[in-house]
Design a protein. Structure first.
Ligand code: HEC
Ligand code: HEC
Length: 421
């Protein structure tokens, strides 16, 4: 597939009927107007250390509304949310989503029969696992923190730092068949099909999901169904949404409203990166003007004085081999953030209060041990992490805003829950 050069133009979707007047478009900050970067992030470009990486997105001209589902498929989208992009070879259908839900929660999806996607992605934790870093079915420790799957349909690149992993259909293969680390521990497609074939329910579920196929229980169809289910993991019904999009002034308290102002202010600068309806600058959907993927270094580590991250995980540079991409990671959504501790790609921050300390300091200082270093002195740290005064009131307000992003309806929605119970 031809690699498209990403152009920088973020559509700002916020500003619904209740706009507290504080969500600047990213273009106004300088990030969105830096033009086109063909290869990798540029840590030294003026005003920003964000990287825009050319990626293999779809041709925007080929997508349009009405192409994302089988006849009869209806998205039930919250106010302010655009229609998710769906690859043309995997249109949405209710039967496919229902099959995918069964697979997501099925321990037959693992080599040992003990593990499922849901083992590391628990609904009540917004599809994270509460661990510092994940543990696979053989007990092997993953180097990274399990990611929330809330609104994963909108992520223009998947996982913490991979510009070319852009479709759920390809990502699912990593936990299924990957061996570094082992997650679900499946050896082959044949093993997967044999595991699933013993469950009588699947005959009907696969037939309904793939009605044109004589033998629909195949590994590619497993991946299609899992992906369709994951695209329905949409979270936009938090107290914040009821206030911001629905105009219910009482949905959040004054502290949360002040916190949101602060979030969108200088020099806190949160909004540069945690932007738009999903609080991330790496989003794609029907009608988006470009498929941008961005990565940033927030000064979490500086082990050598030159900005190095611990060797176990150096982020984007592992893929691009560009030295300036050291420590660059994708911006995660902040939706449901109060229930997804611990934080960051390596789970190295335990609480939201400590996350705020990290940003207020303009990067984390680690006093001793192998990862000792002063993050705020990292030459690779984004200029949007300048450090700022954070008094007790500000801290309480920011925490109240972040807590207002918890979407209880999403965390308890029976349609997203384990169907085997
Ligand atoms: C052993 C625990 C574990 C299992 C099992 C697991 N995951 Fe994950 N998942 C993770 C971790 C850790 C990450 C972050 C990976 C990275 O950044 O390299 C992740 C990331 C993801 C992402 C990327 C989310 C984003 O916002 O970019 C998706 C999608 C995902 N997993 C789906 C699945 C599916 C589907 C399954 C089952 C087929 C599954 N996972 C099984 C731990 C797990
Ligand atoms: C320069 C872009 C940028 C700015 C500015 C920024 N963030 Fe982040 N944020 C990120 C990135 C990238 C990560 C992931 C970093 C990592 O894992 O190493 C992150 C992670 C987080 C996390 C943890 C998410 C998770 O799922 O673990 C929280 C919470 C957070 N940011 C809140 C904030 C707040 C509050 C502000 C403003 C004070 C802010 N961020 C400013 C880019 C940014």
């Amino acid at each position: 597939m031809a690699r498209r050069i990403a152009t920088v133009a973020l559509v700002v979707l916020v500003g619904g009927c209740h706009d507290p007047g504080a969500v600047p478009a990213e273009g106004s900050s300088g990030v969105g107007s830096t033009g086109t970067t063909a290869a990798s992030s540029d840590s030294t470009s003026a005003g920003s250390s964000s990287g825009t990486v050319a990626t293999e997105g779809p041709d925007p001209d080929s997508s349009g509304s009405g192409t994302t589902g089988e006849p009869g498929w209806e998205w039930a989208l919250p106010e302010g949310f655009p229609e998710p992009y769906v690859p043309p070879d995997n249109p949405m259908s209710a039967a496919k989503v229902e099959l995918g839900r069964h697979l997501f929660y099925d321990t037959r999806m693992s080599g040992s029969g003990t593990y499922a996607c849901a083992t590391c992605h628990l609904q009540e934790l917004a599809f994270t696992d509460g661990r510092v870093t994940a543990v696979g079915e053989t007990g092997q420790i993953h180097r990274r923190n399990s990611m929330s799957l809330a609104n994963v349909a909108y992520n223009a690149s998947l996982t913490w730092a991979h510009p070319f992993l852009t479709e759920l259909e390809r990502q699912a293969l990593v936990p299924m068949f990957g061996d570094n680390p082992i997650e679900l521990g499946l050896d082959s497609e044949a093993e997967l099909v044999a595991n699933l074939a013993v469950e009588p329910l699947y005959a009907d579920l696969f037939a309904a999901a793939f009605p044109d196929e004589a033998e629909p229980l195949t590994a590619p169809n497993v991946v299609y169904a899992l992906s369709a289910f994951q695209r329905t993991l949409i979270s936009g019904r938090s107290a914040f949404d009821r206030w911001f999009y629905d105009g219910d002034d009482d949905a959040v308290d004054e502290a949360a409203k002040r916190g949101y102002q602060l979030f969108n202010s200088h020099p806190a600068e949160c909004f540069h990166c945690h932007v738009n309806f999903n609080f991330t600058d790496t989003a794609y959907y029907e009608g988006a003007s470009s498929w941008d993927v961005r990565f940033h270094n927030t000064g979490l580590y500086n082990v050598d004085g030159e900005g190095a991250y611990p060797a176990i995980d150096t982020g984007l540079v592992e893929i691009t081999m560009e030295p300036g991409d050291m420590g660059h990671f994708r911006v995660p959504t902040l939706r449901n953030i109060a229930v997804t501790a611990p934080y960051m790609h390596d789970g190295s921050i335990a609480t939201l209060g400590e996350v705020l300390d990290h940003y207020a300091a303009g990067g984390r200082t680690i006093a001793d041990g192998p990862n000792a270093g002063i993050g705020s002195e990292s030459p690779l740290r984004s200029s949007f992490v300048p450090g700022f005064e954070l008094d007790a009131q500000d801290r309480a307000d920011l925490l109240a805003f972040l807590a207002s992003l918890t979407d209880d309806a999403f965390l308890t929605d029976p349609a997203l829950a384990d169907p085997w119970q």
